[in-house]
Design a protein around this ligand. Structure first.
Ligand code: QAP
Ligand code: CO
Length: 166
């Protein structure tokens, strides 16, 4: 319904820990709609509520070419199925516009989550979806992709984004 504005690194709001969702009501559905609409507007493939300043545990993703396969994950929990199998991916982030950095993450993960009705679900995502869900779930814990890179690189990105800010 509404395109929301996205917080940019190093806004301290991005470091807050989001709260578990307990009410599966129309306000939650409206929030999910806003997240999807905002993600599509800014050509993203994933967005967490934290990024629009809402500190509730809900994320959205769509890694399809046509941008017509929306996923909504409420209270997502990532379980690593194989600690030894990891892969690097050049990740972006709508809260860190213009920067892409390689992040190494587990390739085999299981995601337990709830849908908008509160129903418990479980998926084992393939490929990019697995990367995006891990990246977005990190946001709910105040963690950003720049936390995985060197502090020199992180500081450089930080000062560039602060200078761009008006
Ligand atoms: C997370 O990020 C992700 O810098 C989602 O100028 C992305 O959708 C995880 C975006 C890639 C793994 C791989 C970034 C759009 C979108 C930008 C995004 C930009 C415009 C980022
Ligand atoms: Co992000």
């Amino acid at each position: 319904m509404t395109i929301r504005s996205i917080l940019t690194f190093p806004n301290p709001e991005l470091r807050k820990i989001a709260k578990e969702v307990i009410n599966f009501d129309s306000a939650l559905s409206a929030l999910a709609d806003d997240l999807l609409e905002t993600m599509y507007e800014f050509k993203g493939i994933g967005l967490a509520a934290t990024q629009i300043g809402v500190h509730q545990r809900i994320i959205v993703a769509d890694v399809s070419d046509e941008q017509n396969e929306p996923y909504i994950f409420v209270n997502p929990k990532v379980k690593v199925l194989n600690q030894d199998e990891k892969g690097g991916y050049d990740e972006g982030c709508l809260s860190i516009p213009g920067f892409y950095e390689e992040v190494v993450r587990p390739l085999k993960v299981e995601i337990r989550f709830q849908d908008l009705d509160g129903k418990e679900k479980k998926i084992i995502p393939e490929g990019l979806l697995g990367v995006v869900v891990q990246h977005e779930t990190d946001h709910l814990d105040g963690k950003l992709m720049v936390d995985y890179i060197s502090s020199v690189k992180r500081q450089r990105i930080r000062s560039k984004l602060l200078k761009q800010k008006k």
